[in-house]
Design a protein around this ligand. Structure first.
Ligand code: URA
Length: 212
């Protein structure tokens, strides 16, 4: 499994504002969108392409276009929805599926409550959007779900990650033949006893959409 931790001053700046408890929801949403676009740039670095011939106003030349079948972007509801716009800006022709997952706050176990995905993901590179990689439970459950549907490659984009979560995902998929990648804005210090990332940014869903 490949893990890429962004090391960029612009990302660090935006993350600092995002973490600040005084940052309001509209600013938080805008920053998440901007951060995803920056992280997506790295996450799509090895996306499959094919060569095409085109004619510019000056001459004939060869260029690259994204290969078919198109990648699938899967935000994990609810907080991952806040990342969709930023990803779609970079890859507007990707297909979008949805996976609703919730974690039990006591056991920290993730379960699926909704899904809208193509029945067959063979040949597809799936980009999973989940802002917080905490215990890893949600991502592990989501990855199994996508692998069962035949995904050919999976890349998760997470705004923040905890070392415990990254290790859990690594341990679970160490023998996977399907390439699995994680691209994250920062690797934080640890998880607290409630499964929150420290220093983190609190509950991403609440900060995006308010407490409901
Ligand atoms: N989910 C969140 O929204 N925040 C955390 O810190 C951990 C999981």
């Amino acid at each position: 499994m490949k893990v890429h931790v962004a090391n960029h001053p612009l990302i660090a700046h935006k993350l600092t504002v995002l973490r600040d408890e005084r940052t309001d929801s509209p600013t938080f949403r805008r920053l998440v969108e901007e951060l995803v676009t920056l992280l997506a740039y790295e996450a799509t670095r090895e996306i499959r392409t094919h060569t095409v011939e085109i004619t510019t106003p000056v001459t004939k030349t060869k260029g690259l276009k994204m290969a078919e079948p198109r990648p699938v972007v899967v935000p994990i509801l609810r907080a991952g929805l806040g990342m969709l716009e930023g990803m779609s800006k970079l890859m507007p022709n990707a297909e979008v599926g949805f996976l609703g997952m919730v974690r039990d706050e006591k056991t920290l176990k993730a379960s699926t409550y909704a899904n809208r995905l193509p029945e067959d993901l063979s040949g597809r590179h799936v980009f999973v959007l989940d802002p917080m990689l905490a215990t890893g439970g949600t991502l592990i459950a989501a990855f199994h779900y996508l692998l069962d549907l035949g995904a050919t490659e999976i890349t998760a984009i997470c705004i923040l990650s905890a070392p415990e979560g990254v290790k859990a995902v690594e341990d679970e998929f160490s023998a996977s033949k399907v390439p699995i990648n994680i691209v994250t804005g920062a690797l934080d210090e640890k998880l607290n006893e409630h499964g929150y990332i420290v220093p983190g940014l609190g509950d991403a869903g609440d900060r995006l959409y308010g407490v409901v």
